[in-house]
Design a protein around this ligand. Structure first.
Ligand SMILES: Cc1ncc(COP(=O)(O)O)c(C=O)c1O
Length: 450
């Protein structure tokens, strides 16, 4: 293992970091995280902080989840890899497919298609949606609708349905036939209202109008995150997802739920869609499926889609899509152990209870700090939006946002910034005391940045 001097000298010198400016990374190299335990991470200088980012919305069970670690170690010994393309399978994967069918039964999902992460799951769902319509004799259904501010990973398909120009502009032109509706956001929207129910109605009316314009028989699917994550933790009104479900049903459009963050308890429900009382046609999962310890994902497929794929003899029915690491045995073993721990610890219940405390703390901060324009969240996904002028809602200066992050870190808590948002997605095993720690560190950060 290289020593600390070596690591510091070479940090960001010979690599480009994801989601970062390569030049900026050379000037202000990233923190080197060397160790982690429980809900805490330790950097190269030995500074230990509570990880209020939860890795990247994925380390739901914290960093010391021994059953998942052991499952990975044991599976590496038994079978470290074999392909699951046509003709071969493996034991943990078969067991996992049974477990997932059971876990997602209340969502109506009965089949899984395995991937190596969130972007892969999105890409797979988009492809399966088009294929489904072809199998059903509607080959013209190829278009996709999604939400502005939505985040769906970075493959060309995912980037095309992404609703944030930061992830699009440098890579345009993107996939033709992808269209965006406004975000269901009560803080900023084009409808001149803060009433979530009204916003939901306006967006659904716009969707109907778009469908009439495009022709329902040209639209394959509408995709949304049950709670929009990377776009700034935007929590739609209760009525939004059910409304979109009913419009999709009316017009034969598939509803894909991007549950890459929200599946497995983060919003306080086992899946985000279940929390809104909706059964989508497909659910994209990844991240917490292995607690972030192994790159893995699964598209869950509703029973309604099964017959089209399983009873067709058409050459079009074969799934001409998949990854070398689809159904990786080590990932599958990790996922089985992770699901068992997730259920045993009932992390959804803790996410709901701790989420209420975190949001209350954030609202309290917003009453004491002018810099906070809006506090929002659901379960253990929360955000503070920082502004330089509350009335005008002008985004806070980059320096102020950075200051909050730096001072919070010095005060023992890692938070994530995205534009003028501070995003929190701690492990779902955090305690009441941990929540207080997050609030106190934010308080110190906001005081310093004011
Ligand atoms: C909602 C959502 N979808 C898709 C993705 C892409 O997942 P990955 O980064 O594993 O490819 C992410 C990643 O953060 C996400 O938050």
């Amino acid at each position: 293992m290289a020593d600390n001097n070596f690591l510091t000298a070479h940090n960001a010198r010979h690599m480009w970091h994801a989601m970062a400016n390569a030049g900026e990374m050379r000037e202000k190299p990233p923190q080197i995280i060397n160790a982690a335990k429980g809900v805490e991470i330790t950097d190269i200088e030995g500074h230990t902080v509570l990880d209020a980012v939860g890795g990247l919305w994925n380390v739901n069970l914290g960093y010391s989840c021994e059953p998942v670690k052991k499952a990975i170690r044991d599976q590496l010994d038994a079978l470290p890899y074999y392909s699951t393309f046509r003709g071969t399978s493996n034991a943990p994967l078969i067991e996992l497919s049974v477990e997932l069918a059971e876990f997602f039964r209340p969502d109506g999902m009965t089949r899984s298609f395995f991937t190596s992460g969130g972007s892969d799951s999105i890409e797979s769902a988009l492809r399966l949606a088009r294929q489904y319509h072809k199998l059903k004799g509607q080959p013209e259904r190829t278009k996709f609708y999604s939400l502005k501010k939505g985040y769906h990973g970075t493959h060309f398909g995912g980037a095309s349905i992404n609703g944030n120009s930061n992830f699009r502009r440098a890579y345009e032109p993107l996939l033709p036939g992808t269209y965006h509706l406004p975000a269901p956001w009560d803080y900023r929207n084009p409808f001149d209202t803060t009433d979530g129910a009204v916003i939901a109605k306006r967006i659904s009316a716009q969707f109907e109008d778009e469908i009439a314009f495009q022709g329902a028989d040209t639209i394959a699917a509408f995709i949304m995150e049950p709670v929009l994550g990377a776009g700034g933790v935007i929590v739609p009104h209760d009525s939004f997802m059910p409304l979109m479900r009913s419009i999709c049903d009316k017009h034969g459009i598939l509803l894909i739920a991007d549950e890459v963050i929200t599946a497995f308890g983060r919003t306080g429900a086992w899946t985000g869609s279940r929390g809104w009382g909706v059964q989508p046609d497909m659910m994209c999962t990844a991240k917490a499926i292995t607690n972030g310890y192994y790159p893995f994902g699964a598209v869950m497929i509703h029973d309604k889609l099964v017959e089209a794929f399983e009873s067709s003899k058409s050459p079009l029915a074969s799934i001409g899509h998949g990854y070398t690491y689809s159904g990786h045995p080590v990932g599958a073993a990790a996922a089985i152990a992770c699901l068992a721990e997730t259920k045993r610890l009932k992390v959804n219940e803790n996410a709901a209870a701790r989420g209420v405390e975190l949001l209350a703390g954030l609202h309290d901060l917003s009453t004491r700090h002018e810099l906070v324009g809006n506090a929002r969240g659901k379960g253990l996904m929360c955000a503070l939006e920082l502004v330089s002028d509350r009335a005008k809602k002008s985004p806070a200066a980059k320096d102020a946002v950075q200051k909050v992050q730096d001072v919070a870190y010095k005060n023992g808590v890692m938070i994530r910034t995205s534009g003028s948002n501070i995003i929190m997605s701690p492990p779902l095993i955090v305690t009441r005391k941990d929540i207080q720690r997050i609030i106190s560190a934010l308080d110190a950060g906001l005081t310093a940045a004011q």
